[in-house]
Design a protein around this ligand. Structure first.
Ligand code: GTP
Length: 358
């Protein structure tokens, strides 16, 4: 069968999910705008997309707390790319979300799950998709423990052969999983049903195999992570501070401490690298900021308090002699005097009473 292939391009970001695995961090905002250091996550995806000049518009497919995302990015002027928002009336799943948001689109679409961080070369991916005249191309990434995932099996030429959902050890034939980045031809969207939540991996992609269409995989072996759980969210910060993923202010250099010029670290306070201390923070004499700690804007760490391996969102106050290790703490929280917290995730406005042990 002969198809017409679209020539222009748009991007579509799937950012409508509730992000339940990342709760409580997603109670007051969608996963795609949780801060990575001091920037909403989606900025990093937009930075990648902006490297492809042919992409003239980014469509955001929204459902959960849509106005939160709109408030951050507006029409995209500050982010430097035109944005359009489409809010689903009900959650339509990843395939339904693409179909609904892409109504009327006649361009090839680059689709991102709104929670993956990578430096994949989009221009090469699009060139590969076009040279091979594919109807759909998926980025795959290798994993260490294939049994935990849905695997995607390919032949040496990159054709996708099948999807294996959480295989048993003796069924494993590959270690590549869907990385949540796709190039899709617009003529394929109509195969998803209307008004039904349809998953892109379980329903939409298998249809290409059933129809014997050119359906390709591009394996990306460099940095890739999804920020879908608190562990991974913390890991992203560590990877950036350890130089495994290059982005400002660390820029791929391990072992740095970045202290905003607008922060105050008193003489007699100790900061172990790598660390990030944002504008307006106050770290008092005798306080200790241990390695792999991120203090968001306006945080305070009082005398004798210690915070290590932790991500602390803005305007949080850690009182005297409190000890915080490997914790994610939501905005405007208060950790009382002499409290000890070892591991865990605290939501926004948490209040831990003095002398607590958690
Ligand atoms: P969990 O509840 O923790 O599984 O997170 P999630 O809701 O984000 O689901 P998942 O990680 O599987 O979603 C992958 C991407 O698709 C995320 O960027 C979601 O925002 C997005 N997504 C998931 N479901 C929908 C949906 O029904 N509509 C839209 N528009 N996007 C969705």
């Amino acid at each position: 069968m002969q198809y017409d292939f679209a020539r222009d391009m748009k991007a579509l970001l799937l950012v409508g999910g509730q992000g339940t695995r990342l709760r409580p961090l997603t109670i007051n905002q969608p996963k795609s705008i949780v801060p990575i250091f001091n920037r909403p996550f989606l900025h990093y995806q937009l930075d990648l997309i902006k490297q492809v000049p042919e992409i003239d518009e980014v469509i955001l497919s929204l459902n959960y707390q849509p106005s939160r995302i709109q408030d951050v990015f507006g029409d995209g002027r500050d982010a430097g790319i035109k944005l359009r928002y489409v809010v689903e009336p009900t959650p339509l799943g990843t395939a339904g979300g693409v179909k609904y948001a892409a109504r009327g689109v006649e361009e090839t679409l680059v689709v991102f799950n709104g929670d993956v961080l990578t430096q994949v070369d989009l221009a090469s991916l699009i060139a590969f998709h076009r040279e091979r005249r594919a109807r759909a191309t998926i980025v795959l990434t290798p994993v260490d423990n294939p049994t935990a995932y849905g695997l995607v099996e390919t032949d040496p030429a990159g054709n996708i052969l099948r999807f294996l959902e959480k295989p048993k050890a003796d069924e494993i034939t590959c270690n590549t999983i869907n990385a949540g980045i796709y190039v899709l031809e617009p003529s394929t969207f109509d195969r998803s049903p209307d008004a039904v939540a349809w998953s892109i991996e379980r329903s939409f992609f298998p249809s290409f195999i059933e129809r014997h269409e050119t359906f390709l995989a591009s394996i990306y072996r460099d940095y890739w992570i999804d920020i879908g759980t608190p562990e991974k969210y913390m890991q992203v910060h560590r990877d950036i501070m350890d130089g495994r993923y290059a982005m400002p202010p660390f820029n791929g250099k391990p072992g740095l401490s970045w202290v905003s010029p607008g922060a105050r670290v008193d003489a007699g306070a100790k900061v172990d690298a790598p660390a990030f201390i944002d504008e307006g923070c106050i770290v008092r004499a005798g306080a200790h900021v241990g390695a792999h700690t991120v203090l968001g804007r306006g945080c305070r760490v009082d005398e004798g308090a210690g915070v290590a391996g932790s991500i602390v969102w803005p305007e949080t106050h850690i009182e005297r002699e409190a000890q915080v290790r490997d914790v994610i703490i939501g905005r405007e929280s208060h950790i009382g005097r002499n409290a000890t917290i070892d591991g865990g995730v605290l939501g926004d406005k948490s209040d831990v009473a003095g002398y607590s042990r958690i």
